[in-house]
Write a new protein. Sequence first.
Length: 215
Amino acid sequence: MTKKEQLSRAPRVKKEMPKKKRGLRTTKSRTSRTNKKKATQKRKPILMPLTKLDNLVWKITSLAFRLQDSDRQGFVKCCTCGNKMYYYKSDAQLGHFKSRSAKWTKFLRKNLSTQDTKCNKYGAGEQFKFGKFLDRTYGAGTAEAMMTYANKPEKFGRYEYKKHLLENSRILLDEAKSRRLYDWKSGMAKWELDFLEKLDDYNIDEEIIIHKQRV
């Protein structure tokens, strides 16, 4: 038998691979994981985008003041033409005397009143008639005061948004309770309703978290 044949018939010995050590971590690895965990725990909720915040405040403001303008059954008259309509899901809209592009008066009660689509949308708000309505309702010079206030040089910021959000949300809940009208809830998202239900827990001088975002 040749040497080559002898080698081919010899039993093969399996080479043992070095075992991997489990459960052992370097100090650097443990420190890195600890720091990541701490960073996650300390991370604050993100700021709510201003566009989203603006839409939320306007949605609540529109419902609150249309409801406030209505009678016990929820019917309201257009402030510029007298057309009677239901405050919700009808021809009713909340119109501005000074354009909504002016932030300082966008959510202000004395600059707002219910209008029908004809006056608010197709009649460009009927500003002259609107101004006369404001002076009759709140006193002479109100319309002029709104024009002046709308042009405030100071920046309209998150604090002002928060102020109108809390104040107008309270008006909405109070007016709805006094009239027992809650059909507006069908058009609200769950997170918006959750905010309204917890309204008494919020304070303007404290951080407000809505939909996992900071106001």
